[in-house]
Write a protein that binds this ligand. Sequence first.
Ligand code: SAH
Ligand code: AVI
Length: 322
Amino acid sequence: MIAIDVHLDADAAATMARDVRLGLSAYPKELAPKYFYDERGSQLFEQITELDEYYPTRAEREILAHRSAEILGAAGRPGTLVELGSGSAAKTRHLLDAMRDQGVLETYVPVDISEEITQRTAAQLVDEYPGLAVRGLVCDFERDLERIPAQDGSRLLAFLGGTIGNLYPRPRQEFLERIAALLGPADHLLLGTDLIKETSRLEDAYDDAAGVTAEFNKNVLAVLNNELGADFDLDAFEHVARYDAEAERMDIRLRSLADQEVRLDGLDLEVTFAAGEEMRTEISTKFTRERLESVYAGAGLELCGWFTDANGDYALSLARPA
Ligand code: SAH
Ligand code: AVI
């Protein structure tokens, strides 16, 4: 009952090499957040979801725990759940439970760049949901979105965790346009978005006292060491997390603690960092309902359901092709 297609081939390695070369040669330097997620990075993200300061996971879980049946009703009781950036699918169980209880659960399609976590999650889910077919895709969802298999009946395409916030506006719009094109007339998108709130809560969520987010951020350097033969010294960088109120997003960086030179054998590249120089590793955009409605409209989608936690920290929205 498990079929997982892996599309992290030579092309993906070449894409990473090109992305990293471009990002390290730019000013200011920048790395793409998808490179956080090797096996260690996925584990560190799981630890982040349990931190007191990191409220988005708890808020999204609260919504799913209380309102999954209602969400599924509004989405036309789909038999297939496709999930982008599925990771451990911990909160997804609430949706799968509700699909099972409504007697419609047939197929789950996890789509994630991390092979280890996708294989592990698929094995757990077929044990937990007898009869469930898991047809996973290990790929970069931005590159390979159209590989998602067509399915009989209606589908719910879930993109949880606020991961849409990690995309810049232009690629985000293009991505949502491609999602709109993928959705059939009876299909829906279920999108998790973190909402704008006080700066201190936002900044604490991305700079926890135990230093787990700092370790997660620096893990991208370990990924470059492993994948591209780089010699980054993780202790020579510090974690920086600031809220940019104008762009309405968290801006996450690594700051060099010294003048230093880093060699990437796999790229035959040497890069210098000045003391105090910052390299962006992630943005995490925060939304309002109005902003999201206009983002949807710009991508050919329309909002048809809005579900928040009791505190109003986080929203799950349902959208369909306009
Ligand atoms: N949905 C889970 C995990 C969120 S973490 C939750 O809500 O807790 C972000 C997930 O997206 C990770 O599992 C990561 O491996 C995956 N991911 C990030 N960028 C990706 C990309 N470009 N393509 C596919 N998966 C990606
Ligand atoms: C996966 N993504 C939605 C997380 C976020 O909140 O932007 C990644 C993260 N980065 C630091 N902490 C969590």
